[in-house]
Design a protein around this ligand. Structure first.
Ligand code: NAP
Length: 299
């Protein structure tokens, strides 16, 4: 992904032999906002940690975990294409990471064991709570059934949402989430007539497809830039976009014009990172500082 600047980057002056290293493994990884977000978080808690990006070739997740042990790295974030490989390679998984077969966070336990977590879904729930939105007892439509969708569906189930309708272009991927809780999760193909009823009857609509990604926030909006028919939305609804580049997506702009409450995807990115820092350091960082750093980098 292009579009954010490296200007203003300077070498931290307070790194010593005590400073702990954490980082993200991914490929490609040089576009990642995570170092900017995390280092702002560590500054906010004065935690003596530094966060860097490691470009790890596909298939090399095992070697990266071995490096964590060798270099006494204090924890990892994990992004594409390593999330499933890391889930298979760590010593233990927390239940949600096990269900998702996906790890975005590696914790080094007190016994030295590597523990796999998935903070994406809880990151979205925290971001919604930060915006005074609770998912408990709500009827929710999730558009998409890829990795991001699966993590938020898992979190909505755990946080007591009343129903979750998963709408996807490819029905088969959506169906796989139904078995997690057949009483509450229903899969629909994007072209199904029932999608309109589900969207109209829901309190929260979450775009977890990549539609809208990379589009200019100033460009004219065409229906193909939107994951849902905007005429189905009403002002009682909360519209959430997981896409964070641009921050103000065509969906959010259209939903705001329809007088819906909107929540952007940067909040999820920042809150899942804050949950990672809590796992690594025991300290919860200042999410507003982290958000400001991310916005500056994206500008
Ligand atoms: P993914 O696993 O590749 O899934 C992509 C999803 O989008 C699938 O459901 C796919 O449908 C659907 N899709 C893609 N193009 C489409 C189109 N033209 N029409 C209809 N559906 C389409 O990707 P992901 O990791 O889940 O990421 C999805 C989005 O969430 C990305 O924009 C990503 O940047 C964002 N994200 C945000 C955060 C955050 O912290 N805010 C975290 C993770 C991801 P099919 O199954 O039919 O292919």
């Amino acid at each position: 992904m292009r579009g954010w600047r490296r200007t203003g980057v300077s070498a931290p002056s307070n790194i010593t032999a005590h400073t702990r290293v954490v980082g993200v493994i991914g490929h490609p990884v040089r576009h990642s906002l995570s170092p900017v977000i995390h280092n702002a978080g560590f500054r906010s808690t004065s935690a003596d940690y530094v966060y860097v990006a490691f470009d790890v070739a596909p298939g090399k997740a095992d070697a990266a975990l071995e490096a964590v042990r060798t270099f006494d790295i204090a924890g990892l974030s994990v992004t594409m294409p390593h999330k499933s490989d890391v889930a298979r390679a760590v010593d233990r998984l927390v239940p949600s990471a096990e269900r998702l077969d996906s790890v975005n966070t590696v914790e080094v336990g007190e016994d030295g064991a590597l523990i796999g977590h998935s903070t994406d879904g809880d990151g979205l729930v925290s971001s919604l709570e930060h915006n005074d939105v609770s998912v408990s007892g709500q009827d929710i439509v999730v558009l998409g059934a890829g990795g991001a969708a699966r993590s938020v569906i898992d979190a909505f189930i755990r946080r007591g949402s009343r129903s979750i309708t998963v709408v996807n272009r490819t029905l088969e991927s959506a169906r796989r989430t139904e078995k997690w809780d057949p009483a509450r999760v229903r899969a629909l193909e994007a072209t199904d007539d029932d999608v309109r009823h589900a969207v109209k009857g829901s309190r929260i609509v979450v775009n977890a497809t990549s539609i809208g990604m990379g589009l200019s926030p100033r460009a004219e909006i065409s229906p193909s830039d939107l994951p849902v028919d905007i005429n189905w939305l009403n002002p009682e609804q909360i519209i959430v976009d997981l896409v964070y580049h641009p921050i103000d997506t065509p969906l959010l702009r259209s939903a705001r014009a329809a007088r819906c409450k909107v929540v952007d995807g940067l909040g999820m990115l920042v809150h899942q990172a804050a949950l990672q820092q809590k796992i690594w350091t025991g300290l919860f960082p200042d999410v507003d500082e982290m958000t400001r750093a991310a916005v500056r980098a994206l500008r």
